[in-house]
Design a protein around this ligand. Sequence first.
Ligand SMILES: C[S@@+](CC[C@H](N)C(=O)[O-])C[C@H]1O[C@@H](n2cnc3c(N)ncnc32)[C@H](O)[C@@H]1O
Length: 368
Amino acid sequence: MSLKDRWRTFRNRMIARPGFQAFAAAFPLTRPIARARSKALFDLIAGFTYSQTLVACLELDLIARLADGPATLESLAKALDFAPDRLERLLKAAVSLDILEKTSSGAFDLGIHGAALLGNPWIAGFIRHHPILYDDLRDPIAVLRDPSETGLSRYWAYAGAGEGQTSEKKDVSAYTALMAASQAAVAREILALHDFSDCDEVLDIGGSNGSFIVAAAARYPQLRFTLFDLPAVAGLAAENFEKSGISNRAKAIPGSFLTDPLPKTAQVATLIRVLHDHDDESALRILEAAHACLPQGGRLILAEPLSGDAATAPISDGYFGLYFAAMGQGKTRTPGEIAQIAQKAGFQTSEPPRTRMPLITSVIVLRR
Ligand SMILES: C[S@@+](CC[C@H](N)C(=O)[O-])C[C@H]1O[C@@H](n2cnc3c(N)ncnc32)[C@H](O)[C@@H]1O
């Protein structure tokens, strides 16, 4: 047993002792630690009420209403047709969580989190689809044991659909809109972390409605692009390329990367927020298909949130861990786990992952 393990055993025995909490709260040197720990435990216990406070603020459009400046309880209650004392509960809860802030005159303004939501409107899209996950997690053990009947597996129509899957526009439009709205932030990170100027053509595998390609096309006016996605999604991408005025250098190819070969015209391929959607067997098949379509010396830019860093584990293992459990497939992986699958598929992984905002994405370059 290591020193760290022995220390943990000792610590846990102490904390679990009936008298320990009373002692820690009474003793001046341990009191600040006891307070901080009890607040952290309370956050775990009550976190769902915090999330629901945020959902209510968005549903009532409070963030947008306060975008131009503070408003009084009375004016908000009137505008929202809400009893002021009932609305005040929500506003006070939102203030306690820094979503809102009270002004010196007692009106309500945006707090730091409210202002950040205003500046990143795609986050609201994620929050708005969370009621599906919230419903699924009502019985977390049932979802962990058997995710076949979950709302999220229906939302992500390709989840569990297996080989030969077909997709219709009505099945893909909600998740494609969600991905498109959040892609601006992801594209900003990828384009800041990776230089595409040495190639003529990029293939975006699972490229959704082409939002990444539209962002990359603006940065690299000479570059040509191919997008590959399920037929209904590729159709949305073709419309987007037309609308964005880049259809002369961006095309969308329909197909399934689990069963169809990928187009062979690009020297660089991107795989953005795709691998983590898949279990290891499918992940290997996707990387094998990517390897087969690239020329010798070509590279695959893999971008998604990673697991394995203690600082971001609540996101990768806490949030995404349960998210993918409810979706019925997929997982976040450590750089080592990705390297293992990539090597099996024939890639070399030489450089460590790069990231500026690990919650949004990290970037791994796989060389053929
Ligand atoms: C989580 S989304 C990511 C989309 C996009 N790369 C982004 O970051 O916004 C996964 C994408 O993979 C596509 N996809 C899922 N299964 C697929 C398959 N078998 N063949 C081709 N594309 C697939 C989905 O339609 C979807 O567009």
